[in-house]
Design a protein around this ligand. Structure first.
Ligand code: GLP
Length: 239
């Protein structure tokens, strides 16, 4: 694992955006795995700036997102589709038909999980997968459990995650309790993984991710087994 400790959130975001941009420049038609959450927002801002400056072209890029809440339509301002459009897709020359997320409104959730896993596999998995980190060590929505999940699956969110995400909703009761997420196995198929981590409240989870035992109780710890992981954090999150 390569760890960059940056001065603050802004420096972390710039570094992460530059690493993504470098990859896109070398592989302009790559599959880019994307993440939601507050941490990557600054990274997306910087990518938009690079695009606006004429330094980055997304026209041949395909994107696959890690996860989506169940039961929120794409028009809901807390759906991850909406988040991606708001923070990235609407501001760069990405082809919307080549930007994929799981469908949280699907009637048949197991079938949707299979469809999304097969889609990602048919694209050859991401060349680069961007990740945030949950306070409990979750990646995507892979919550702590007794086994690492291989493929796209449905999860019941832990109370800690619902508590952490309620700040975006009118009340805790409005936070969906279920989601669809890439499995740890899906994530491990990416050629490169780039994780962004910010803030003192993430330090413990990051320390366990890097130095702790590899255990499904800390889903991100599986990244220790991945051959090409870069973590960019700010000083407050540095273990
Ligand atoms: C969310 C997302 C994750 C994200 C994590 C941390 O629940 N499903 O992909 O990495 O929680 O979010 P934040 O960056 O807002 O702390």
């Amino acid at each position: 694992m390569k760890l960059y400790v940056m001065k603050d959130y802004d420096a972390m975001s710039r570094k992460a955006a530059h690493l993504i941009a470098a990859e896109i420049m070398v592989h302009p038609d790559m599959v880019l795995g994307l993440a939601t959450g507050s941490t990557p927002i600054g990274t997306y801002k910087r990518l938009v700036e690079l695009y606006e400056a004429g330094d980055l072209d997304f026209s041949q890029i395909t994107t696959v997102n890690l996860d989506e809440y169940e039961g929120l339509p794409a028009t809901h301002d807390q759906s991850y589709r909406y988040f991606m459009e708001d923070n990235l897709f609407n501001h760069v020359n990405l082809a919307k038909e080549k930007s994929f997320l799981p469908d949280g409104m699907a009637k048949d959730i197991p079938a949707e999980c299979r469809r999304y896993e097969d889609l990602i596999a048919s694209l050859g998995y991401p060349r680069l997968q961007l990740l945030g980190l949950g306070h409990n060590g979750h990646i995507g929505f892979n919550e702590p459990s007794d086994s690492f999940k291989k493929e796209v699956h449905e999860v019941t969110l832990t109370d800690r995650t619902i508590e952490a995400n309620k700040r975006f909703f009118a009340s805790k009761e409005d936070v969906p309790t279920k989601a669809l997420t890439m499995g740890c196995g899906t994530i491990m198929h990416a050629k490169k993984v780039l994780m962004v981590v910010s803030g003192e409240d993430k330090r413990d989870a990051l320390s366990k991710t890097i130095n702790g035992p590899i255990t499904p109780e800390v889903p991100a710890s599986i990244l220790q087994l991945h051959p090409d992981v870069t973590i960019v954090c700010d000083e407050k999150a540095a273990p």
